[in-house]
Design a protein around this ligand. Structure first.
Ligand SMILES: *[C@@H]1O[C@H](CO)[C@@H](O)[C@H](O)[C@H]1NC(C)=O
Ligand SMILES: *[C@@H]1O[C@H](CO)[C@@H](O)[C@H](O)[C@H]1NC(C)=O
Ligand SMILES: *[C@@H]1O[C@H](CO)[C@@H](O)[C@H](O)[C@H]1NC(C)=O
Ligand SMILES: *[C@@H]1O[C@H](CO)[C@@H](O)[C@H](O)[C@H]1NC(C)=O
Length: 747
């Protein structure tokens, strides 16, 4: 092994001597964790993590003359936080802005930025998705994901939970190199790996880090992806049934990177370890505000994970329903939005005039005696908006004792409103949605009898209260209701595109179940929570099924299979609706709702190799050092034939059309036959009024499996129209429909 730079102990001594003189006069510099990208050495192949770490230490030591350290401490030992070598070349360290500035002049330096905070994107789902035991189907053809390793970056794990039992599980495959930092009895053939990366509390090293989940989030997501079968899973008697993850025979490896929040340097460390350990799928139910890929831990780490054949599934974020809110939006990641399932925990409100309105609540005490009680809307009495929201301390001036209290959604937490009502002596709560959340209700674990109703019912109740001198209401608990119409529907919180970072790639990619998802928890056996955090591990598990069935498929091929087979209709055979119960747009649903049964046999795939993203990154206008930092080799965009976002061989299509009468905009795409040999496909393209689209050639014939064929799709405006508009391209054979959504912007 050759070291790329002088590595002399003499140098270290010289540096230490210069430390004192380098002390900066102004004491304004605050030590923060920075992520530092180093030029990837062409001429070395370090054989283990310790050698990389030694090299980074030497770089840090060699930079010591520029570091404003106050004593002759060992710079590397006191400053280095994490060393990376699988998903990036570089390290994280405690540095000041001035030190980074000085370091940026050194020849090994590529880029650096402060570590940022990311947030966690806080059982009937297998059946709803068509996954059933025994019969023909995707669980059969994928053997429930047997042998596939799913790595989760999350808040840890609850060891010993029945969802992580390894009954009947084979040992991990030989390639597994990870370790399990739990008591030996908790590590088994289901839970094969567990490590923690939340090592620092400010500058203090934590002595008591454990992989045990203090939150519940990581336990929930892990069991959703690959939990074992647990009989009679339920929460307070509701949603009772056989619980399991999407890939019940896949292995789980847990990388704890979050406590209350998650830092980018720890996220990168978790990904670095997961890639080195040999996971097949990474499941990441956390995210930050959208930032450019070269400073985004998940985008950066994700690129180097997919480069090693690892599929990366991420939550889209919970910042909906506004547009331009989607995160984890790099084209090499799968970006998962959240939708409802066809199950409700019904709490019906009966008004004194006989109207019945169906709402939801998780808290349904079995001994509750339903009766009509006085109904009060504190907001109407005081005319004060805080009172209408049932904010803490606002109900003191209103007599709510023994009454059912109407509260508006917003500002404070939903469950907290119930606590406020209960404290004031209220007997029950009706929680009504605001216009923003419209039909998107939640089954929460309230502290008193309650029902959460859609916005459309808010007006009905308020009109009724106003119409009578003695309004009354009762709450009637009806337990679990199945086959709820309009399912799946988009959750109001699910983040929407267009992407701020790459608007020319349609994001999110796909929807999965993310509302009232029952899965394992830390304090009780099961809990039901909502978020794109819950939809992401559904797709992680499903990708493990596909990976088992098609071990040679690239991450891009798996993604293409999921996208081109997605469903756009709900259980009434109508277009999937959003929280307002109007058809959801492409920036909400992406390709549609996942259909695992079809995803395992897509017919054709739009494939991409890691190197295909380089011309795309250059096309985004990212500077050379940052492209080099992402792809870990020296890239000069001036010598790369860069492409626009639309030219990436992505399974969905986004096009921006200039004024009427101008030239055609054309994209070439390449599809690979992963179905049967000797199959013919015909193109069918539908686009919004005002746009003409054509596909050449209109037929593709595949003589062989894995054969590739290219086609060109062209668009032109032919009349008036406003963007954004929608369309779809379908390649249709006797057995398959390979569908790409088309998103059209008009200039
Ligand atoms: C592991 O076992 C030790 C000794 O029995 C115990 O003190 C510790 O709490 C256990 N750790 C976990 C994570 O259960
Ligand atoms: C470590 O211990 C301290 C003090 O008991 C506690 O406040 C903190 O939450 C613990 N940290 C972890 C990661 O468990
Ligand atoms: C309401 O405020 C009181 C007093 O500040 C506090 O003790 C209580 O915990 C608060 N309740 C909720 C539900 O936040
Ligand atoms: C209540 O009734 C009064 C008088 O009929 C009307 O002015 C007011 O708008 C009504 N308020 C609501 C919330 O319906």
């Amino acid at each position: 092994m050759a070291l790329p730079r002088p590595f002399l102990s003499l140098l270290l001594c010289l540096c230490a001597a210069s430390l004192l003189s380098a002390r900066l006069a102004d004491g304004s510099d605050e030590l923060k964790v920075y992520i530092v990208h180093v030029k990837h050495p062409d001429d070395v192949a370090f054989s283990d993590a310790a050698q990389w770490s030694d090299w980074y230490s030497s770089l840090l030591q060699s930079a010591a003359s520029t570091l404003a350290v106050a004593s002759e401490e060992d710079v590397a030992a006191s400053r280095l936080v994490h060393s990376y070598h699988n998903v990036m070349t570089g390290f994280s360290a405690f540095l000041t802005e001035k030190e980074v500035e000085a370091m940026s002049k050194l020849d090994w330096f590529l880029q650096a930025y402060p570590s940022r905070a990311y947030r966690l994107h806080t059982t009937r789902t297998p059946t709803f998705l068509g996954l059933r035991r025994g019969k023909q189907g995707v669980w059969r053809s994928s053997n429930m994901g047997e042998g596939v390793i799913i790595g989760l970056l999350d808040s840890g794990i609850t060891p010993g939970h029945p969802s992580f039992d390894d009954y009947g599980m084979p040992p991990p495959p030989a390639k597994w190199k990870g370790r399990c930092d739990l008591n030996a009895s908790f590590c088994n053939n289901k839970l094969i790996g567990a490590r923690s990366f939340v090592n620092y509390d400010g500058r203090k090293r934590r002595s008591n880090v454990t992989v045990v989940d203090a939150d519940g989030h990581g336990t929930h997501t892990a069991s959703t992806a690959a939990g074992a079968f647990v009989k009679r899973a339920n929460i307070y008697g509701l949603a009772r049934g056989l619980a399991s993850g999407m890939a019940p025979r896949a292995h789980l490896a847990i990388y704890k990177v979050c406590l209350e929040s998650c830092a980018s340097d720890d996220i990168l460390a978790g990904m670095d370890a997961a890639v080195g350990d040999g996971v097949d799928v990474l499941s990441i139910s956390l995210g930050g505000d959208p930032v450019p890929f070269f400073v985004d831990a998940i985008a950066l780490g994700g690129f180097n994970a997919i480069s090693k054949g690892i599929f990366v599934s991420c939550s889209a974020g919970n910042s909906g329903p506004d547009h331009y809110t989607v995160s984890n939006d790099a084209p090499w990641l799968l970006t998962v939005g959240a939708s409802t399932v066809d199950r409700s925990f019904r709490a019906t409100v009966k008004l004194g005039d006989g109207q019945e309105l169906d709402g939801e609540s998780m808290y349904q005490p079995s001994n509750y005696k339903s009766k009509l009680l006085p109904l009060v809307y504190p907001g109407l009495i005081t005319g004060n908006s805080d009172t209408a929201l049932c904010m803490n301390g606002t109900l003191d001036s209103v007599d709510v004792r023994g009454k059912i209290v109407l509260c508006d959604r917003g500002t404070n937490m939903r469950v907290e409103k119930g606590q406020v009502v209960k404290k004031a002596g209220g007997a029950g709560m009706i929680l009504v949605n605001d216009a923003l959340n419209s039909y998107s209700t939640n089954a929460d674990l309230h502290v008193l009898p309650a029902s959460h109703l859609p916005y459309s019912d808010a007006a009905k109740i308020k009109v009724y209260i106003n119409s009578t001198s003695a309004p009354t209401a009762a709450i009637i608990f009806k337990g679990t209701a199945l086959r709820v119409p309009n399912s799946p529907a988009l959750a109001s919180f699910s983040s929407r595109g267009p992407s701020q970072i790459t608007p020319g790639i349609l994001k999110p990619d796909i929807l999965g179940p993310g509302v009232n998802v029952l899965a394992a928890w830390n304090t009780q056996k099961f809990n039901m929570i909502s978020g794109t955090s819950m939809s992401c591990p559904h797709l992680s598990g499903i990708s493990a099924l596909i990976k088992h069935a098609h071990p040679d498929w690239s991450p891009a091929a798996i993604k293409s299979a999921i996208l081109t087979t997605a469903r756009q209709k709900d259980n009434r055979q109508q277009p999937i609706v959003d929280e307002k119960h109007v058809p959801a747009d492409l920036f909400a649903v992406g390709a549609g709702h996942v259909d695992p049964q079809r995803a395992i046999d897509p017919g054709l795939v739009y494939d991409l190799a890691p190197g295909d993203y380089i011309p795309y990154l250059c096309g985004l206008g990212i500077k050379d050092e940052s492209v080099s930092a992402i792809v870990r080799k020296n890239v000069k965009c001036s010598s790369v034939k860069s492409i626009t976002e639309g030219e990436l061989n992505y399974p969905s299509i986004t096009v921006t059309l200039p004024a009427i009468g101008s030239k055609w905009i054309s994209y070439t795409r390449t599809v690979t036959n992963v179905g049967k040999p000797m199959t013919e496909y015909s193109a069918a393209v539908d686009v919004a009024k005002g746009v003409t689209a054509r596909v050449r050639p209109a037929k593709l014939y595949f003589k062989e499996v894995n054969q590739k064929q290219s086609f060109t799709i062209s668009f032109r405006r032919n009349g008036d129209g406003f963007g954004p508009a929608e369309g779809r391209l379908r390649w249709v054979s006797k057995e398959h429909v390979v569908r790409s959504p088309i998103s059209i912007f008009m200039e």
